[in-house]
Design a protein around this ligand. Sequence first.
Ligand SMILES: Nc1ncnc2c1ncn2[C@@H]1O[C@H](COP(=O)(O)OP(=O)(O)O)[C@@H](O)[C@H]1O
Ligand SMILES: [Mg+2]
Length: 271
Amino acid sequence: MMTSTYEELKNIFIDSVDKSAYVELESAVYNYSVLESSLDKPLKMVLLYGKPGTGKSMLLNKLYHNLKENREIHYFDAPILSEKEFLKSIYEAMSGQAIPEKMRVNFDALLKYCQKLRDKRELVFLLDECQLYSEPLMEKIRLLSDTRVVKFVITLHKTENEDVIAKEHFKTRIWEIIEMSNANEYDLELYIQKKMIKKGFIDVSNNIKKRDIKYIHAQTKGNFRETNKYLYTVFDIYEYYERNEPEKIADKKFSKKILEMAAIRLGYIDE
Ligand SMILES: Nc1ncnc2c1ncn2[C@@H]1O[C@H](COP(=O)(O)OP(=O)(O)O)[C@@H](O)[C@H]1O
Ligand SMILES: [Mg+2]
């Protein structure tokens, strides 16, 4: 059987941190430019901070792919929680040499190694999901950044009940803090349109009107991950109708009814 249009549409909204899926949004363009220029300042650490689903990983990934040809930049997309493995990865990235399994990198020796490279090299490490790193490892990351040979760009989830950046170790260093937030209606519209148009669904995109965007924004608060989940569900329901009761979706208008059904299915609203 041919893959249905709706199956393709819902697949557009599966979460993935992939540079080919990146779309330019007003807020992301701004944050990206702050991020990129912060790398040229004498800062040691740059913090990308925001709630889950606001596009931090996406931006970090984009930065990596844009810069990797022109500077020494390394991207840890998943946190390396073991201190031994972490230090090893840093050293291997800096030296370009693999370290035998059994050996461990001595932290003081690594610091000295960095200090010797002062004014000769500057490396950027991109660390995603830093809320998962332990305090002692964060402290080592800070000490490494003090050498000014390695600069870290880290992402950190903002939580409802804890102000992570108020923590002592984030206050004391020279930081650039870039706060990511949910999209406003304008950016959400761009996000949805651009994602669909990228995959060739111009007509469907045109059928999503301002009032639909308003409704979607009300359900998802403009959070990209929630919006993905929501639109995935919307097109999943469309797909069901296409297979089973196609007459119900014969109207070209984007269905308010299905938007509501999806919101019920996800528990955004009650029946
Ligand atoms: N600029 C963007 N372009 C395309 N997709 C995006 C963009 N920002 C966010 N997304 C989508 O939203 C999802 C969540 O973004 P992500 O970067 O993983 O958020 P965070 O790391 O803040 O939790 C991604 O899987 C991606 O599908
Ligand atoms: Mg992330």
